[in-house]
Design a protein around this ligand. Structure first.
Ligand code: NAX
Length: 324
């Protein structure tokens, strides 16, 4: 058996964590031979609920769980961690403007960035799930100057997985037949799910579907899927978000099967200049990720990629004073 790794999960008493923690504990993220120490962070008001979650983890008698830490102190939660899944964030309250939401979360993620900088393993891999995820990841990264910016990522894998299924269902194929689908940009309604590079069962996706379906049905359906889930379920996506977080971390740690979408620091690739965390097509291998280069970008894609980039630059401008 390998030595245990330390995994922090913030927002441990929330909906997504209620699915995520148990799947990590079962070995779905890092494999059935990787013992884990779970370090769960909550706010003081939610510590009692978090203790209930800890009782349930204990009641599962998971063979891979070696220890559980439950705390309301980020310095304790992030101590020596190898993986950080930053799920907890402040939800939009009544009458709250987008700018207020950005600011409230910026305050949380700047504190957490500093704590990661001071206490996490130097090789920590961080995934931000809590919204606005891309900008929260940017803030955490800017407040962690001793860690590499590339160690901070945000989750667009749920959007990627949603898009895979929409296309597979439309073409009557299975998601396993879909390759090279890309989600560009922000995890928000401006994201651009792109099938122009995509193949389904080896055939170009755009030859299998009508252009009108792609532009007027597929793209808005993927962009608005979160709202559709809330309408149907009366609560936001939780199990599917947890599954996407598992996929993101699994692939980053152990390698991806083909191209996946990850929000990572922009580096000028595809004309997206530095300073934001932007979703790109990547391949993961040996514990790292690499942007897949060389796709041709047509005018339609360029416009959509630009719109979502603009939104991320606006979000950045709103929290510039917290970027450390
Ligand atoms: P919940 O409100 O059920 O849980 C959030 C938990 O975070 C709460 O228990 C709360 O007490 C805790 N929390 C708040 N501030 C904290 C802090 N400073 N430190 C530690 N814990 C803190 O939300 P849930 O449904 O679990 O969603 C969590 C986040 O994921 C939300 O921001 C949500 O918008 C976001 N999502 C992101 C997705 C993505 O694809 N990137 C998809 C799913 C989800 O909407």
């Amino acid at each position: 058996m390998k030595d245990p790794v330390r995994i922090a999960i913030t927002g441990g008493a929330g909906q997504i964590s209620y699915s995520l923690i148990f799947r990590i504990a079962a070995g779905d993220m890092l494999g059935p031979d990787q013992p884990v120490i779970l370090q769960l962070l909550e706010i003081p008001q939610a510590m009692e609920a978090l203790n209930g979650v800890v009782m349930e983890i204990n009641d599962c008698a998971f063979p891979l769980v070696r220890d559980i830490v439950a705390t309301d102190d980020p310095n304790v939660a992030f101590k020596d961690i190898d993986y950080g899944l930053l799920v907890g964030s402040k939800p939009r309250g009544p009458g709250m403007e987008r700018k207020d939401l950005l600011e409230a979360n910026a305050a949380i993620f700047s504190v957490q960035g500093k704590a990661l900088n001071d206490h996490a393993s130097r090789d920590v891999k961080v995934l931000v799930v809590g919204n606005p995820a891309n900008t929260n990841a940017l803030i955490a990264s800017c407040n962690a100057p001793d860690l590499d910016a590339g160690q901070f990522t945000a989750m667009t894998r749920l959007d990627h997985n949603r898009a895979m299924t929409q296309l597979a269902q439309k073409t009557g194929r299975h998601v396993n037949d879909v390759e090279s689908l890309i989600v560009w940009g922000n995890h928000s309604a401006t994201q651009y799910p792109d099938i122009s590079q995509c193949r389904v069962d080896g055939k170009p996706a755009l030859e299998l579907v009508e252009r009108d379906w792609y532009e007027s049905d597929f793209i808005p359906t993927v962009q608005q899927r979160g709202a559709a889930i809330i309408k149907a379920r009366g609560a936001s996506s939780a199990a599917s978000a947890a599954a996407a977080a598992i996929d993101h971390m699994h692939d980053w740690a152990l390698g991806s099967d083909g191209i996946v979408s990850m929000s990572i620091p922009a580096d000028g690739s595809y004309g997206i200049e530095e300073g934001i965390i932007y979703s790109y097509p990547v391949r993961c291998k040996g514990g790292s990720y690499e942007i897949v280069q060389g796709f041709e970008i047509d005018a339609f894609s360029r416009e959509k990629m630009q719109a979502t980039e603009n939104e991320l630059r606006e979000e950045r401008a709103a929290v510039e004073h917290l970027l450390g």
